[in-house]
Ligand binder design. Structure first.
Ligand SMILES: *[C@@H]1O[C@H](CO)[C@@H](O)[C@H](O)[C@H]1NC(C)=O
Length: 195
């Protein structure tokens, strides 16, 4: 990933998320979806749609982040993967790959929308990167910086993972993508620490 795309991942997503979502970030709450914008065309990543990204492309980033804080690895769940596929296909067919409303889901969920066909590993990395805003001492995100996708990634009681991606054609021939991971049991229980 280029420095340019890192910049976009860090700054613009925060701005957009702050405008489009009204959740309060002072405590760890439901994971706020991530928005990833393509860098300038000269440095656009060479991503290709990966509707069938292998489980390990999702698992490895999760389990490295979990190992870093002494939490056991997640296992892949084919059932969760199927459910994630079902959800992203609906968003693809009916919602132009927008975020799904999973507020009443029985699973934990992390989502990343990208203005390009993001790699599965890169979507996971965008969630893990929120960890720099997480303060373990008071179990809070830094002011103005959501970190709930990170705390779901490292949530100790979450044992199983299943993920899927969909891509959508956007105006002007561009491609957007939605990445969704589901977690069971769900994390981000209010008042609990992730680990
Ligand atoms: C949590 O602790 C950090 C570091 O001491 C501090 O900067 C931050 O304001 C605290 N957050 C809350 C919500 O108390």
């Amino acid at each position: 990933m280029t420095a340019s795309s890192s910049f976009h991942q860090l700054l613009l997503p925060c701005l957009l998320a702050a405008v489009t979502l009204s959740w309060i970030s002072s405590a760890v709450e439901a994971a706020r979806p991530r928005v990833l914008l393509a860098p300038a065309s000269s440095s656009r990543p060479q991503s290709k749609p990966q509707p069938g990204a292998a489980p390990d492309q999702y698992l490895s980033g999760h389990n490295q982040a979990r190992a870093a804080v002494g939490v056991a690895p997640l296992r892949w769940s084919a059932a969760l993967g199927s459910e994630a596929s079902r959800v992203v296909r609906i968003q693809q067919a009916e919602k132009g790959c927008e975020f799904a409303d999973l507020s009443s889901s029985r699973y934990g969920a992390n989502q990343a929308w990208a203005s390009y066909a993001v790699r599965a590993t890169e979507a996971v990395r965008s969630w893990v990167e929120e960890g720099k805003f997480y303060n373990y001492g008071n179990n809070s995100c830094a002011a103005g910086h959501p970190c709930g996708t990170y705390t779901q990634v490292v949530w100790r009681n979450s044992a199983e993972l299943g993920c899927a991606q969909a891509t959508c054609a956007a105006k002007g021939g561009a491609t957007s993508s939605l990445t969704l991971c589901l977690y069971d049991p769900p994390g981000n229980i209010l008042g609990q620490k992730p680990y």
